[in-house]
Design a protein around this ligand. Sequence first.
Ligand SMILES: *[C@@H]1O[C@H](CO)[C@@H](O)[C@H](O)[C@H]1NC(C)=O
Ligand SMILES: *[C@@H]1O[C@H](CO)[C@@H](O)[C@H](O)[C@H]1NC(C)=O
Ligand SMILES: *[C@@H]1O[C@H](CO)[C@@H](O)[C@H](O)[C@H]1NC(C)=O
Length: 349
Amino acid sequence: MHRNSREWVFYVFLCFGVIYVKLGALSSVVALGANIICNKIPGLAPRQRAICQSRPDAIIVIGEGAQMGVDECQHQFRYGRWNCSALGEKTVFGQELRVGSREAAFTYAITAAGVAHAITAACSQGNLSNCGCDREKQGYYNQEEGWKWGGCSADVRYGIDFSRRFVDAREIKKNARRLMNLHNNEAGRKVLEERMKLECKCHGVSGSCTTKTCWTTLPKFREIGYALKEKYNAAVQVEVVRASRLRQPTFLKIKQIRSYQKPMETDLVYIEKSPNYCEEDAATGSVGTQGRLCNRTSPHAEGCDMMCCGRGYNTHQYTKVWQCNCKFHWCCFVKCNTCSERTEVFTCK
Ligand SMILES: *[C@@H]1O[C@H](CO)[C@@H](O)[C@H](O)[C@H]1NC(C)=O
Ligand SMILES: *[C@@H]1O[C@H](CO)[C@@H](O)[C@H](O)[C@H]1NC(C)=O
Ligand SMILES: *[C@@H]1O[C@H](CO)[C@@H](O)[C@H](O)[C@H]1NC(C)=O
């Protein structure tokens, strides 16, 4: 999934480049390029294809944002049985999990947040038409705290709104899973919004703070990854409530007897229990753990016992060689010894 999304981002760039050079006239280029590109991207819903065609500059940024989400997911789950890989249909957003599990919840939240993050960052750097710095936060003076808005405040509301329009547009089926996905998309974006930072700078002679200007900035995406990982650990099982007459899934409530509580906005929610991800299984999208590296001595998730699900592990021995005991000789060279060590790695059977 990793390689593949990266490949299409590259492909998009390449297409633009080639067509641009050949024709030279920007408007026709964009129109022509967009048509070709938008029809080649796998798994776009009709409304997404329309957005792609009208905003070809944004589609590259969307791809980068989705990739950032996938990369962060792989980082957060690198020691888990589920490592963010899935079998199944390839889309812009990586591979889809078929089961409405908490893992699926995480992937939806992190990609929705990734797209909002990337769009907001691109706006701040002037890379996209139609957006820029947050104009509402310009010139306004905060009387109580004695500072004024200055610099370029990241327009996170634009990024979030764009993510909402584009990412949510893939939910075309009217079922419980749609409600789950939309909730998790929104939770991801909300977590991003809550973690926006205020940065300030003092102006005045020799460091005095006669005037102070502040602006909002995006958090590092890693921070969003950790925040959403915690939400994943505390994810809430929900069930769908159907409207009385048409029996259509209408909203989600926490799955508990005699409870009519709705989940919180920032909760990740799931409707199905997770598979154990031990074996490859196309029905659940599990790729299994065969061949995964594991740690023989760790009692945790990355330990061979847990990772290999009791199937045992293979031992691979190899010799690690590196330069060591380097000494500086006057003058002027460095002399090193070669050190080596036999090491072992373990992979699941
Ligand atoms: C904005 O565009 C510049 C130049 O093409 C690029 O280096 C930079 O990474 C872009 N920034 C974002 C946030 O996309
Ligand atoms: C995840 O695990 C699968 C199955 O062992 C492996 O093929 C894949 O490369 C892993 N992905 C990452 C990102 O480590
Ligand atoms: C394996 O796990 C043990 C105990 O958790 C840890 O001390 C060790 O550094 C780990 N080894 C590797 C190669 O990660």
